[in-house]
Design a protein around this ligand. Structure first.
Ligand SMILES: Cc1cc2nc3c(=O)[nH]c(=O)nc-3n(C[C@H](O)[C@H](O)[C@H](O)COP(=O)(O)OP(=O)(O)OC[C@H]3O[C@@H](n4cnc5c(N)ncnc54)[C@H](O)[C@@H]3O)c2cc1C
Length: 378
């Protein structure tokens, strides 16, 4: 098969690959996205229906400009697609004494003028009687937070790309890639494709795609749970926010009830190291017990009924900050990876940022997301 040359190829058509594709489409670029599975699946980092969206960013205030840009782009995507993607039900951050998440979120909100309310536990319990907030916990409520619906988000971004001429090739893994000063190329079972630029957005498979760099990345197996609640109406999005609870039981987070499966919740901390191709996709009774025990302390109306569970993967960097940068050896290869379990909310802003890095030689990476921090000294 003869070579085909396009402006850009995208290795991985998951969350960030869809976002890159949307941005390339909006810029009128010719591009091909290669996805090893079908577009939108449960085998990588985007399964499980919903993702928390929040602006007061405990992980670092440096993410706030990116999430603000993402907010505007999610709204634009809803307008373009006619799909409902972002539900602004509000967000609650809770921390036990000695745990810093909520105070760090407040610092970043103060630095960037993000609206929030700092509540006493009494005020919190009065507003959400279904949450048993202990008397000595920190409580921050953010009215602009909420959650994203993953499937309409990814489908809308990819539709925004393909309707502008970007090609999506599903079930077509990239088996090898390379680059020189003139161009980048990928090979797949159906041939070789060259491009001015290659975007690598391989999610949990990113360490494999970048094996020659030997980056200190690893993948964590994460479980998701949907639990039955007494009085589901009390957990509807108009009465119940997304939450993050930082305490001895872990960093548990969850969502309002939006379907018959009940309250979706998970633990952001921990998780076994795994290989994305051989990860155990079955959840266990013992894992369910552990999570239910922790979550019931805050939500006594959660009953022991596990209605659904799933396994997903985090692509981790050592400092849990992303990689959004050019490849150190190839300026025409741009990397979006290591999203460490908190990347989804930023996706359209990540896509925009990566394409700008690819096309504008003056564009610079955000310092905490630069790849050189992870490179072993020469
Ligand atoms: C359980 C869980 C909960 C999370 N909760 C939140 C949250 O509440 N808020 C938030 O903001 N973020 C959250 N995240 C993180 C967020 O979902 C991820 O950061 C984001 O989805 C990562 O996107 P990605 O494009 O890197 O990976 P993916 O979406 O997995 O996409 C990578 C794609 O690359 C493809 N691929 C890989 N190698 C190849 C190849 N060689 N050829 C072709 N295709 C290839 C894969 O098949 C996959 O489709 C959560 C993640 C998990 C797992």
């Amino acid at each position: 098969m003869p070579n085909r040359h396009v402006d850009a190829v995208v290795l991985g058509g998951g969350t960030m690959g869809s976002a890159v594709a949307w941005e390339l489409g909006k810029r009128g670029r010719s591009a091909i996205v290669f996805e090893q599975f079908q577009h939108v699946h449960t085998l990588g980092a985007h399964g499980g229906d919903t993702r928390v969206f929040r602006h007061a960013y405990a992980e670092s205030p440096d993410y706030v400009p990116l999430v603000r840009r993402a907010d505007a782009l999610w709204v634009a995507l809803e307008e373009e697609s006619g799909q409902r993607i972002l539900e602004r039900c509000g967000g609650l951050e809770l921390s036990a004494p000695g745990y810093v998440h909520t105070r760090a979120a407040r610092l970043s909100a103060d630095e960037h003028g993000i609206p929030y309310e700092w509540l006493t536990p009494d005020e919190g319990r009065a507003r959400w009687p279904q949450i048993a907030i202990p008397d000595d916990w920190d409580v921050l409520y953010s009215p602009v937070a909420g959650f994203l619906r993953t499937e309409p988000a990814l489908r809308s971004m990819m539709a925004g790309a393909t309707s502008r001429g970007v090609e999506l090739r599903q079930h077509e893994p990239v088996t090898t890639w390379g680059a020189d000063d003139a161009c980048a190329w990928v090979e797949t079972p159906s041939g070789r494709f060259t491009a001015d630029r290659l975007y690598i957005s391989a999610g949990p498979w990113v360490a494999r795609a970048l094996a020659q760099l030997g980056l200190p990345l690893h993948v964590r197996r994460k479980t998701l749970w949907w639990l039955g609640v007494e009085d589901p109406g009390a957990f509807a999005p108009d009465r119940f926010p997304v939450f993050i609870s930082d305490a001895g039981q872990g960093e548990n987070y969850g969502f309002p009830v939006i379907d018959e499966f009940g309250l979706k919740t998970a633990d952001h901390s921990g998780g076994d190291h795994c290989d994305p191709d051989t990860v155990d996709r079955e959840t266990t009774h013992a894992e369910a017990e552990r999570l239910i025990r922790a979550i019931r302390e805050l939500f006594p109306l959660v009953n022991g009924d596990v209605r659904r569970s799933a396994v997903c993967m985090y692509a981790m960097t050592p400092d849990s900050h992303f990689i959004m940068d050019r490849h150190p050896d190839h300026q025409n290869v741009i990397i979006g990876g290591g999203f460490s379990g908190h990347g989804f909310k930023f996706a359209p802003a990540v896509g925009e940022f990566l394409v700008e890095l690819g096309e504008n030689p003056d564009a610079r990476p955000i310092p905490i997301l630069a790849i050189d921090r992870l490179m072993a000294p020469a």
